[in-house]
Design a protein around this ligand. Structure first.
Ligand code: UDP
Length: 341
């Protein structure tokens, strides 16, 4: 069994946690990253947690010649592709940045996988492909909705590119993992999320508010048709999410995949409101957060959460970490980052 994996974007938030879980499961990892939205310090964190110096190549995944050298040098049989931009608002303002980077990096990797006869690929997709779903929770068969941002469009297009390439390439297997809302940090507090500038996502905004970097958290809307009026999401712990990648790779490496292209939701299956998350953060960390209710944010859907039956049954995977622990880890990480600045 070839237990070597190329992790494109392995210095980033989800990538770095996945590298740790892969290493723990006995995989040898080659990381490629250009630090366009990540920091070299994550490599130190990976080393401290695993005790192993990860193989690292600094390269842009869109640079085919640089990537060719990686394929020439290392004989991994599997690839996990994280190397993509992820800010919805920025993608609306700069669509070409998203189409160029997110699509070209994936096309480049898939072409090289075909050329070099590499077999298994996991793609980072997103619950954003479901848009404002009519029936909740969403299953993998819930129809995708037209994307409302270039970011969302790149996720849908990349799923289609993967599906088409798998069917056109003998021996190639693909799994798209549709992430819900990844939050938290490694329990060691040695790796975590490093948002640049003002965070868009809820949990980094909460931790920065608790740290005094942001004055006040705005809760975007308390007049949604939900039990407490705030939006409902499915917050998945980052370590649980990372483990889903390991089992997806193992499924393909061991030939247990039922189709050559498969899609799985990766969430907890439990809807949590913004108010619940804020109160949960306060309780878990025994502190008070400065927050206020503000207007709805354009583009937010009222509610989305996962039906995780397929991942539970087929991957043998389920979310295990308690929200409490996840919110504690998020705060520990924020304090660690501040202490190191
Ligand atoms: N949210 C909020 N205040 C913030 C950031 C987010 O109230 O400063 C809400 C947002 O409206 C949504 C939820 O938190 O209901 C999760 O938002 P996030 O941007 O983290 O993820 P999304 O679900 O939009 O991908």
């Amino acid at each position: 069994m070839n237990k070597r994996v190329l992790v494109a974007g392995g210095a980033g938030y989800i990538g770095s946690h996945t590298v740790v879980e892969l290493t723990k499961a006995g995989f040898e990892v080659v990381i490629v990253d250009n630090f366009s939205n990540s920091d070299p310090s994550s490599l130190d964190g990976i080393r401290k947690i695993t005790g192993i110096e990860p193989i690292f190549v600094e390269a842009d995944c869109c640079d085919k010649e640089a990537m060719r050298r990686v394929f020439e040098r290392y004989d991994f049989d599997s690839v996990i592709h994280f190397a993509a931009f992820k800010a919805v608002g920025e993608s609306v303002a700069e669509p070409m940045k998203y189409y160029r980077n997110n699509l070209l990096s994936f096309v480049t990797i898939l072409e090289l996988m075909k050329e070099y006869g590499r077999h298994n690929v996991v793609f980072s997709s997103s619950a954003t492909v479901y848009g404002d779903a009519e029936v909740l929770p969403v299953t993998e068969l819930t129809p995708r909705k037209p994307a409302t941002s270039p970011y969302g469009a790149t996720k849908q297009m990349s799923e289609d590119i993967l599906r088409d390439m798998v069917f056109a390439t003998e021996g190639l297997n693909g799994i798209a993992l549709r992430y819900f809302n990844p939050i938290g940090a490694h329990p060691s507090a040695l790796i975590g999320e490093l948002p640049r500038g003002v965070p868009n996502n809820l949990v980094p905004y909460i931790t920065q508010t608790a740290a005094g970097i942001r004055e006040c958290l705005s809760i975007f809307g308390d007049d949604y048709p939900t039990p407490d009026g705030s939006c409902l999401r499915d917050y998945i712990d980052i370590v649980d999410l990372a483990r889903a990648h390991v089992v997806a790779i193992e499924r393909m490496v061991e030939g247990r995949n039922k189709e050559r292209y498969e899609v799985f939701n990766v969430g907890t299956g439990r809807p949590v409101s913004v108010f619940e998350l804020v109160k949960g953060f306060e309780a878990a960390n025994e502190l008070k957060l400065n927050y206020k209710v503000a207007a709805r944010r354009a583009g937010d859907v009222t509610a989305v959460w996962a039906d995780t039956t397929l991942a539970n049954e087929e991957l043998g995977w389920r979310a295990e970490r308690e929200l409490n622990d996840t919110l504690r880890a998020a705060w520990e990480w924020e304090k660690y980052v501040r202490g190191n600045k």
